[in-house]
Write a protein that binds this ligand. Structure first.
Ligand code: C2E
Ligand code: CA
Ligand code: CA
Length: 734
């Protein structure tokens, strides 16, 4: 069998799962990326900040060194003693050396002191405690020259003291210059004589180390080559770049990142864990949802009783095939159980359910490969199959189903005789929709049902028009019942010896004014299959009882169709009509056909017992058309047997038929049943049947069925009735 239900059938679930999974992975990746990116950003930012700050510190350190030289110049140039010594016609070199020249060795605050004259030429100098003998100032480089050129006036007046950076021949130096002058008051010279004090301090490793310590700069050093990311330029007072001060960066960002990385890893792990948990939980939820959906679908597509796929599942399957545009032939086999309703009525619904389950189990095994069996509801099953030889496989399946129903079905202690009416329709789903295919199989099945059941019918177009005709007749019957279109006619039944009318058989008539009469044989079956027979049968019974009520010496015989007889409330309905029309039960006889009795022996027996209890008699109609022997039928206790006209009408021409009739009559009388012969059309038949011992006779030879008025007339004035040409014998004794 085909598995209808699987994950495949829930298309959304898989995609949704993949989406959640991808989203989760994406989330984890982005969180990791975000964390590391921000860490990186913060680290470079704080490195930048640190670099900037260190650069400021280095610049501050340089400025501080310049300021220190400037202070030294103030301290030494603005000094009364110095004025006396350096402005003397012969400067006191001894004093100069002791005061300034030797200072290098003592305090290391400077490394050179010089006195310049008004021409800014060197008058006296001491560099690193050695006498300086050069006359011009080229030794001091562009820095000093620039200071002098820019501030000549201010220098001459002693107004300001200047300091800056320069490159001397001995290296990079902080340099300061100022006029030597008294602390208080003006300089006491009246010519252009000027004496300037110049102090130098050359940059060296020691100074840099001290500066680095003071300003907390790591690895402070000087290079005159290319600068790095961590360096600031040193500019002379002449604005030339003298070189660069470099330092070793501390990279606090990197350190912080290193310190934080442990925490970040933990955060990443935690977030990943949470997201994985989320994916897991939602996957579980999704799975449950999908399973719930699948279960709901399963339930919606499965028959609760037989657990077979149901009608919807089957139609969905066929629609699927037709959606694929497959052009090969599909077949639908429609199976309707015969006699199921009786099982339900007689044994109850539990047994009915059990029977359905048991039959479903058997049918399932017979389904050919690739076929699908479904319960369509009630006692209907359908099987569809496609592919190569679909029609042949369908026919074989139908045949094996019929064969199965040939044998009685054992259900616990019960043995049930069941049958099946089967219809088959085949076609490609491109030219004929799946529901049309079902409709056709249904029509074919219906044809099997009304043409004797227990058979297989293949659909063809004629069946279709037959079905359409039936639907039309059904509609008309319904309309006819509502509009009182039906009549009841009566055919006399005479005593075989006296030939006196002792009863009548009620026969329904439908003139269908405006359309033309339909014979009972043409519409009774349709009324039966559509359920309209209940209303029609009730109508005939009521009308006949009502009509015959006043003719107190006539018995009334009414035909009952199998469907009516099957109705568990039938006996009550009969009693109701009797009460309503005040018709004596003993005057009523109900005629039942053999087929029904054979199909539903249990129900037939109970019904007969119940009806007899009411006082009503029961006749077996149409005897001789079926197969059963009179011996079999005695179990049912019929009061009367009606030999069908197809058999009774042969007694004058067919010796075998005559022997069969007389044999039947003998056995029936022995069993206490009376016998009525139908279809008596001539005198020869009359004589033969009389000789055979028939009790009652009925046929055109005595009278055709007539309307109530005609019956009443002959009943009141037998003479006038006897004059009728079709009633030659009725008038007198044989
Ligand atoms: P049936 O029960 O066998 O009724 C007898 C049929 O034989 C009647 O046909 C009747 O007109 C016909 N008939 C009577 N004498 C002769 C004769 O000498 N020669 C020939 N050739 N035929 C004769 P009708 O009225 O057409 O009814 C046909 C069948 O329809 C009945 O067969 C009966 O089975 C069914 N039927 C008629 N009325 C009712 C009804 O009210 N309820 C039910 N359930 N069935 C009915
Ligand atoms: Ca009859
Ligand atoms: Ca009959």
């Amino acid at each position: 069998m085909v598995n209808l239900f699987s994950w495949r059938n829930i298309p959304g679930a898989k995609t949704l799962f993949a989406m959640i999974f991808m989203a989760g992975i994406g989330l984890i990746v982005s969180i990791v990326a975000l964390l590391y990116l921000s860490l990186h950003l913060i680290s470079t930012k704080s490195n930048d900040i640190d670099r900037h700050r260190t650069a400021l510190s280095v610049e501050g350190a340089v400025q501080t060194s310049v300021n220190r030289v400037w202070s030294l110049v103030i301290d030494n140039a603005v000094w009364d003693d110095a004025v006396r010594k350096v402005y003397a016609p012969q400067p006191d070199t001894g004093w100069l050396y002791n005061t300034w020249g030797a200072g290098f060795k003592i305090n290391n605050l400077y490394d050179g002191t010089f006195i310049l004259d008004e021409q800014f030429d060197v008058l006296w100098g001491s560099f690193r405690s050695e006498p300086f003998s050069e006359r011009d100032i080229t030794f001091f480089g562009e820095g000093l020259r620039a200071i002098i050129n820019a501030n000549r006036e201010a220098l001459q007046s002693g107004e300001h003291i200047y300091a800056g950076l320069t490159r001397t021949r001995a290296g990079i130096a902080f340099i300061g210059i100022g006029l030597v002058r008294p602390m208080i008051g003006r300089l006491q010279v009246y010519d252009g004589t000027r004496r300037y004090l110049v102090i130098t301090r050359h940059l060296n490793a020691q100074i840099l180390t001290n500066l680095g310590n003071t300003f907390q700069i790591n690895g402070l050093n000087f290079t005159d080559g290319t600068p790095s990311e961590f360096s600031v330029p040193l500019r002379s007072a002449a604005d030339e770049v003298l070189g660069y001060l470099n330092w070793t960066p501390r990279l606090p960002g990197v350190e912080a990142a290193k310190a934080a990385s442990g925490d970040i890893t933990r955060i990443v792990l935690l977030a990943s864990g949470l997201i994985t948990l989320f994916i897991l939980l939602s996957s579980v939820g999704l799975y449950k949802l999908a399973r719930g959906e699948r279960l709901a679908r399963e339930t919606a597509l499965t028959d609760w009783l037989s657990h077979l796929p149901n009608r919807r599942a089957l139609i969905e399957r066929l629609d699927e095939i037709s959606a694929r545009g497959e052009t090969d032939i599909k077949s639908v086999v429609f199976i309707d159980l015969d006699g199921f309703k009786d099982v339900n009525d007689v044994y109850g619904h539990d047994v009915g359910d059990e029977l359905i389950v048991s039959i479903a189990g058997v049918l399932k095994v017979k389904v050919p490969n690739g076929g699908m069996l479904a319960r369509m509801g009630g006692d209907e099953f359908a099987m569809t199959i496609g592919g190569l030889h679909a029609a042949a496989k369908a026919a074989a399946f139908a045949g094996s189903v019929l064969e199965f129903f040939n044998a009685p079905i054992r259900l616990g202690e019960r043995t049930l005789h069941m049958g099946a009416s089967i219809g088959i329709a085949s076609g490609s789903l491109v030219e004929c929709t799946s529901s049309e295919l079902f409709r056709r199989a249904d029509i074919a099945m219906y044809h099997s049902k009304i043409t004797g059941k227990g058979r297989v019918t293949h659909y063809d177009a004629e069946l279709n028009s037959a079905r359409e005709y039936q639907l039309m007749v059904e509609r008309d019957i319904r309309y006819g019942l509502e509009n009182d279109e039906f009549d009841v006619w009566y055919q006399p039944i005479v005593d075989a010896v006296s030939l006196k009318m002792i009863g009548v058989e009620a026969l329904v008539r439908w003139p269908r004014r405006g359309f033309g009469e339909l014979k009972p044989d043409e519409f009774i079956a349709i009324a039966e299959s559509s359920g309209l027979i209940y209303a029609l049968g009730q109508f005939v019974l009521r009308r006949a009882c009502h009509d015959l009520q006043p003719m107190s010496d006539l018995k009334l015989s009414v035909n009952i169709s199998p469907a009516q007889f099957r109705d568990p409330e039938f006996e009550d309905k009969v009693a109701g009509v009797l009460a309503l029309t005040r018709f004596p039960a003993r005057r009523l006889q109900l005629e039942v056909t053999e087929t029904y009795v054979l199909e539903n022996p249990e129900r037939a027996r109970t019904a007969i017992v119940n009806l007899k209890a009411l006082g009503t008699s029961v006749a077996l109609d149409d005897f001789g058309t079926g197969y059963s022997s009179i011996g079999y039928l005695r179990r049912f206790n019929f009061d009367n047997i009606k030999i069908d006209k197809s058999l009774a009408g042969l007694v004058d021409s067919d010796g075998q038929a005559a022997a069969l009739v007389s044999g039947t009559i003998r056995i029936a009388s022995a069993l206490g049943m009376t016998v009525t012969a139908e279809g008596v059309e001539n005198e020869k038949q009359l004589r033969q049947l009389q000789l055979a011992g028939c009790d009652q006779l009925q046929g055109y030879y005595f009278s055709e069925p007539v309307p109530l008025e005609a019956l009443l007339k002959s009943y009141r004035q037998p003479e006038a009735f006897m004059d009728a040409p079709v009633l030659p014998v009725y008038r007198g004794n044989p």
